[in-house]
Every structure is written in structure tokens, then in C-alpha cells.
Design a protein around this ligand. Structure first.
Ligand code: SAH
Ligand code: SF4
Ligand code: F3S
Length: 457
């Protein structure tokens, strides 16, 4: 397979090498989607395209779509409209890929209403992009390359990273959980884990290239399945942390139902692992959780958090919450607020429930009116924001270990900006020895709403 990809990379490069062609890519989804975009960029640059952030200047435009919530559709149609106008003025290839193209209705709509789209590809066919670009540019064909069955794991795609020090590494694809509101299992297929060998090879290479921070990605990382030696997620974490040069290791997202003892033990024993755990709760009410098919109760979630707080000093949590799931009553929503008060999340990603075609929850007749969903959303946001100051003040006087220096701070060239291992932005004075990409310990001196201040110790 890889040879085929390389052959088409070569064929395209031969034709366009001295033409200075540019590409522009718009990533609309989650970190997995972003990681895919890094691979798309990697393939394009091998073919000799150069990146531009101005789409009007581009010869090839790629939309990497997401369909987890409905509002993405309007956004995509708006963007396609802009490119249609651009196409009237100049010769530009438009390729649309990603999760939304795996949805039959969306695929049909694009095919019928926007026939000028040059390439359509899905989540299982991204690796064919060089061949598809060859067909579109050289043969001027319209390409529709979608696979309904799960693709095999395709290793060896070149990758152009967005950062020099932080890298995301996908460890598994797909999802088997079928939460009743969620479309991801339908568009990403069943769970497939990458081989531990390939993952570790990739990270060793990253370390050799100067990368310091790794985020392991998957829809449910703690259901990772390895091989005889590195059997599960805990084993993988341990091996990743052993790699010299890698100073910080994070992962998103674990599922509360699969958060096993051995993973907790690994976090406890290994201070390379970030001290913020993203633990999506979705709702704080056990009845709603059951209807969401999440497979844990409010009490089980709180027990897990308490257990981790007791065993791992300074650990904090972030989460995802959906408000207005079908049938959710005001009292049930109060349970979500109760959990937010109890856990004291460092960060909350809040979403208004959005109906997704083909999911179980979509068929329910007890959908919540828009204004009720919005009122609940505002209440949750208010509660979260009311706690930010107090949470930040707790940092004053503490020493934050392994802060990665990410760059100069925007407003002051004498200071650096980095993130604590709980993902808080921290600003501190430069010292003679410190440089971008270093990992340092910082004593926190001030807390502001969206950042902390400190000094290198
Ligand atoms: N696999 C991850 C989440 C992937 S999707 C996990 O289970 O944690 C990211 C987030 O989008 C979800 O956690 C959920 O909060 C939100 N989400 C998914 N489907 C949604 C829908 N139909 N409406 C609103 N939010 C949704
Ligand atoms: Fe969606 Fe649930 Fe799978 Fe996360 S675990 S991707 S929310 S089905
Ligand atoms: Fe991610 Fe959106 Fe697909 S959240 S997996 S890009 S549907």
C-alpha cells in the first residue's frame, strides 16, 4: 500500500515541482481530526505543495470536516460557497474529507448540490490523497473516494507537525461505545489499536527530533489493545514515559468506565504524566447517564475522582458536559451542577445537545426546547466561571514542575509563556539559561483570570 502512495506522490511531484503550487487546509474537528490534517499536510508537502494560510492564494483547498454537532454543516456550506466564487476567478482544486463525508446524507447533498467539488474522501481513505490529487489535477477527473467499511490501519504517512515541541500521536482509531447521542462510531468505525511497536518508534523519532511533550490520542484510549508484551494502555503509558527526552505525556480521552487501577498506578508513579486528567462525564445524573449508554453512575464517577485525588497529589480534572439531552429534567440537570461543585473541574468543555441522524437519542420524542437548553448552558457556564478565581488562587506559592517553555509571551518580549502540567498558562521572566523548548520548574507568584505568573527556580 505504501508503495502505491509513494508512486503517486512521485507522479504528482514530477508534474508540479517547479510550479510553486500552494495549499490551504481548514480543520474543523477534534484533535484526531487535527492529527489527520498534519498527515494531509505531510503528504502534500512531499508532493511539493507549500502551505498558505490565505485560501485566496491557494491552488488546492482542503476541508477536513467534523460532524459531531449540527452547526458544523452550516459552516461547511458557507465555506463551499466562498470557494465556488473563487473557482469562478481562478483554477483551484477543492477537496473535502473527514468525518462528515462518512455521513450518507451529507455525502449525497455535496454530490448533488455541489458537483464542482473536485475530491471527496472519508476517514478510511485519507491515505489515497496523492492518487486522488493525481486524478483531479492531471486527469481532471472528479473523485469520490469513500469506504463504508473500516479501513485498515495505514502506517507510514508522512506528517508535518504544527509544533516543534509538542506532538499528538494517534494510538487507536474508531469507537465501540455507541453513546446514544454520538455519531462518532458511525463515521469512524470500530476500535482498531495501532501496534505498540509502531507507536513507540514514532515517539522515539519525535524525541530525537527535539519533541518534549506527547499527547496520546483516541476516542477511548484506555480500551487500547496492544500485543503480548505491551498489553494495554497502562503498559503503553509506562513504555512511552521511559523514552529519554520526552518530558511530558498526556492522553485524551479516557472513558470513566474503563479507568482501571493499573492506569491510576501508572499516573501516580510517573511524574512525566500530566496532572490534569480529561475525564468526560457528559451528565451528572445516573438516569440520564444510563440513557446516554455511558455505563457508569454519578456515584461511580465521583468515587473514581475521589480515589484518584487521594492517591495522586495535586491531580485536577477537566471534562465534557452535554446539556439538554432528550428527557433531561431541571432536577436531573441539577445533578450535573452538583458534580461540577464537587469535582471542581479545572476546565469544562460544554456542549448543547445536538440531534445526530442515525443515533438512538435522535429518535426520542422528548427533545428539549432550544431555550431550555440555552438556559441550562448559561447556568453551567456561570457556575464554572464563578470558581475560576478561587481555583487559580490555590496555585499561588506552589512549585509547578515540568513547565514546557512554549514561546515568548505575546505582550512582553522579556517573558516566556508555558503551560503547567495541569494545562494552565503561566508567564515568567526569561533567565540566561532558559530557552524555548526547555522544561523548567516554576514558583507561582500571581494568579489572574486566564493565566498565572511565576519565576523559574
Ligand atoms: N470519545 C470522547 C469524545 C468525543 S466527542 C469521549 O467519549 O470522551 C467530544 C465531545 O463532544 C463528547 O465528549 C461530547 O461531550 C460531545 N458530543 C458528542 N456528541 C454530541 C452531540 N450529539 N451533541 C452535543 N455534544 C456532543
Ligand atoms: Fe462518542 Fe461515546 Fe465514543 Fe466518545 S465514547 S466517541 S462520546 S460514542
Ligand atoms: Fe473528531 Fe468530529 Fe470526527 S469530533 S472524530 S472530527 S466527528
Amino acid at each position: 500500500m505504501q508503495e502505491i502512495q509513494e508512486r503517486f506522490v512521485g507522479l504528482v511531484r514530477e508534474k508540479i515541482d517547479n510550479k510553486n503550487l500552494k495549499y490551504n487546509i481548514l480543520t474543523m474537528g477534534c484533535q484526531l481530526n487535527e492529527n489527520d490534517s498534519e498527515k494531509i499536510s505531510g503528504m502534500l508537502e512531499k508532493m511539493s505543495f507549500a502551505e498558505t494560510d490565505n485560501f485566496e492564494e491557494a491552488d488546492l483547498i482542503i476541508f477536513n470536516t467534523c460532524c459531531v454537532r449540527e452547526n458544523a454543516e452550516e459552516k461547511l456550506f458557507g465555506k463551499i460557497g466562498e470557494i465556488k466564487k473563487l473557482k469562478e476567478k481562478k483554477n483551484v482544486i477543492l477537496a473535502i474529507g473527514g468525518c462528515m463525508m462518512q455521513e450518507e446524507i451529507m455525502l449525497d447533498k455535496i454530490k448533488k448540490s455541489y458537483p464542482f467539488v473536485d475530491i471527496i474522501f472519508g476517514t478510511h481513505t485519507m491515505q489515497n490523497l496523492p492518487e486522488n490529487i493525481y486524478k483531479a489535477i492531471i486527469k481532471q477527473e472528479k473523485v469520490r473516494d469513500i469506504l463504508d467499511i473500516d479501513g485498515e490501519i495505514y502506517e507510514g504517512i508522512p506528517i508535518k507537525r504544527n509544533s516543534k515541541f509538542k506532538a499528538s500521536v494517534t494510538i487507536m482509531y474508531g469507537c465501540n461505545n455507541f453513546c446514544s447521542y454520538c455519531i462518532v462510531p458511525y463515521v469512524r468505525g470500530r476500535e482498531r489499536s495501532r501496534s505498540p511497536k509502531k507507536i513507540l518508534e514514532e515517539i522515539k523519532k519525535l524525541s530525537a527530533d527535539g519533541y518534549k511533550e506527547i499527547t496520546l490520542l483516541g476516542q477511548n484510549v484506555n480500551s487500547y489493545v496492544g500485543d503480548e508484551e505491551i498489553k494495554n494502555f497502562a503498559d503503553l503509558l509506562r513504555e512511552v514515559c521511559k523514552i529519554d527526552g520526552i518530558e511530558r505525556v498526556g492522553f485524551i480521552s479516557p472513558h470513566p468506565k474503563d479507568f482501571t487501577e493499573d492506569v491510576i498506578e501508572e499516573i501516580k508513579n510517573n511524574d512525566k504524566i500530566t496532572r490534569i486528567i480529561h475525564l468526560p462525564i457528559q451528565s451528572g445524573n445516573s438516569k440520564v447517564l444510563k440513557e446516554m449508554n455511558r455505563k457508569y453512575t454519578k456515584e461511580q464517577y465521583l468515587e473514581l475522582v475521589e480515589k484518584m485525588k487521594k492517591r495522586i497529589p495535586n491531580i485536577v480534572f477537566s471534562t465534557d458536559i452535554i446539556v439538554g439531552f432528550p428527557g433531561e429534567t431541571d432536577e436531573e440537570f441539577e445533578d450535573t451542577l452538583d458534580v461540577v461543585r464537587k469535582v471542581n473541574f479545572e476546565q469544562i468543555f460544554m456542549f448543547i445537545y445536538s440531534k445526530r441522524e442515525g443515533t438512538v437519542a435522535e429518535k426520542r420524542e422528548d427533545q428539549i426546547p432550544e431555550e431550555v437548553k440555552h438556559t441550562r448552558f448559561d447556568k453551567l457556564k456561570e457556575l464554572y466561571e464563578s470558581r475560576v478565581d478561587e481555583n487559580n488562587e490555590k496555585y499561588i506559592g506552589t512549585t509547578q514542575k515540568r513547565v514546557l517553555i512554549e514561546g515568548e509571551s505575546k505582550n512582553n518580549q522579556d517573558t516566556f509563556s508555558g503551560r503547567t502540567n495541569t494545562n494552565k498558562v503561566v508567564i515568567f521572566e526569561k533567565t540566561e539559561k532558559s530557552k524555548i523548548g526547555d522544561v523548567v520548574d516554576i514558583k507561582i507568584t500571581e494568579a489572574h483570570k486566564w493565566y498565572l505568573k511565576g519565576e523559574i527556580i
